[in-house]
Design a protein around this ligand. Structure first.
Ligand SMILES: *Cc1c(COP(=O)(O)O)cnc(C)c1O
Length: 393
């Protein structure tokens, strides 16, 4: 096959679509007013902002006044976890938080910040398939629990969590329920009513909108601490002049993503074909995460006797972008906390590869990965002093 460029790291970020750029451009060139200004120049921007809020609300199945725009998914996660916990402490005296061991750092580090404020946090385990242990979850939530924070879909292994069930347990005990849906929105159906959550976060750049814009759904009647003090934007909860163009981009992207959800079945088939090839043709491989309760584009496989960084760099030379749960790639000394939570030993976590496909990928992309991957794996293993040999290749 001809050399090509295959972007298979859509869980890290996605390209901004042409349609999104076109929707945003007037808000940078013509409608640059401050949406809080009352004259017509401001009202142009306000109209874009209001329409965007309606579009995002329609995509999530909620009301426009339940959508708060933020500067990113990380901000929405921080606000939900800290704002929810602090409000419940101040108003109800609750000082306990429940989360899972496989949350995004935006949630885990927020929980740790709450621990430094005097909260206690229970980090619930996942089963070996990456799905939260529901027995443990049930026992973890108490009458002192302020908030339960569990992600809808994991960014490394794609596992989809039983959020509606967890929300029910949380509400039985009077706790708030938050879910990080950054990876899920646009990849699977996400409806806040069906999920029964009080809060849900999403991010623009994971669904073909720009970086630096996100949103937090907060159910009507649910009170949390405000995030930024200032001029009172976002119904007094999150001050700061709105990123109008970015928000219009987010709305355009989410609408398209929801409309093309049926195409994710094609993405699932490509993912499964790649998985089937790797497991059938490359020895000493481990399929990480659940094969079914999983985002359609996500594949996570560990290659024993290989370092993830080396694999990433050689695939990059071949024009393929993937990521790894190995240590050096993640600004830390430890391999992926998600893979370790599955019970994977550190050396197997080090050799992991995450492929995340999107609607932009094609069968030819998968063919190309299938052509390039096996010789690279073989070459790296040939350099390993502990590799016992190969029975399949
Ligand atoms: C990317 C991601 C975030 C952070 O979103 P940003 O907009 O990059 O800050 C949070 N949670 C999950 C699951 C993610 O994948």
């Amino acid at each position: 096959m001809e050399n090509r460029f295959v972007y298979a790291d859509n869980a890290a970020t996605t390209p901004v679509s042409k349609e999104v750029v076109e929707a945003m451009t007037p808000y940078l060139t013509d409608f640059w007013g401050n949406p809080s200004s009352m004259y017509s120049k401001g009202r142009e921007a306000r109209r874009g902002l209001d329409e965007a809020r309606e579009t995002v609300a329609a995509a999530l199945g909620c009301a426009p006044n339940e959508v708060y725009f933020t500067s990113c998914g990380t901000e929405a996660d921080n606000w939900a976890v800290k704002g929810g916990a602090r409000y419940m402490r101040d108003k109800k005296g609750r000082t306990h938080v429940v989360t899972s061991k496989i949350e995004h750092p935006a949630v885990l580090r927020s929980c740790e910040a709450l621990e430094r404020e005097g909260f206690t946090v229970t980090y619930v385990n996942v089963k070996p398939n990456g799905v939260v242990d529901m027995n443990e979850m049930k026992n973890a939530i108490t009458d002192d629990t302020a908030i339960v924070a569990v992600m809808l879909a994991n960014n490394e292994i794609g596992t989809i969590q039983p959020i509606a069930e967890i929300a029910k347990l949380a509400h039985e005990r009077g706790a708030l329920m938050f879910t990080d849906a950054v990876q899920a929105v646009g990849a699977i159906r996400v409806d806040v009513g069906e999920l029964g959550v009080d809060m849900l976060s999403l991010s623009g750049h994971k669904l073909n909108a720009p970086k630096g814009v996100g949103a937090l759904y907060v159910k009507k009647g649910v009170r949390i601490a405000k995030f930024l003090d200032g001029g009172g934007q976002e119904r007094m909860m999150r001050s700061g002049t709105e990123n109008v163009a970015g928000i219009v981009g987010l709305a355009t992207a989410i609408k398209s993503a929801v409309e093309r959800l049926p195409d994710m079945e094609r993405v699932r088939k490509m993912r499964d074909r790649l998985a089937g090839f790797i497991l059938g043709n490359i020895s000493h491989t481990i399929y990480n995460g659940d094969p079914d309760l999983r985002l359609p584009g996500n594949l996570n496989i560990s290659f024993e006797y290989i370092e993830g960084e080396s694999l990433l760099l050689l695939l990059d030379l071949a024009g393929i972008c993937i990521s790894t749960g190995s240590a050096c790639s993640s600004n830390s000394l430890e391999p992926s906390h998600v893979l370790l939570a599955l019970g994977l030993p550190a050396e197997k976590a080090h050799g992991s590869m995450r492929v995340s496909l999107s609607h932009l990928n094609t069968d030819e992309d998968v063919d190309y990965i299938i052509e390039k991957l096996p010789p690279i794996v073989a070459r790296l293993r040939a350099m390993s002093p502990i590799y016992p040999g190969d029975d399949k290749q």
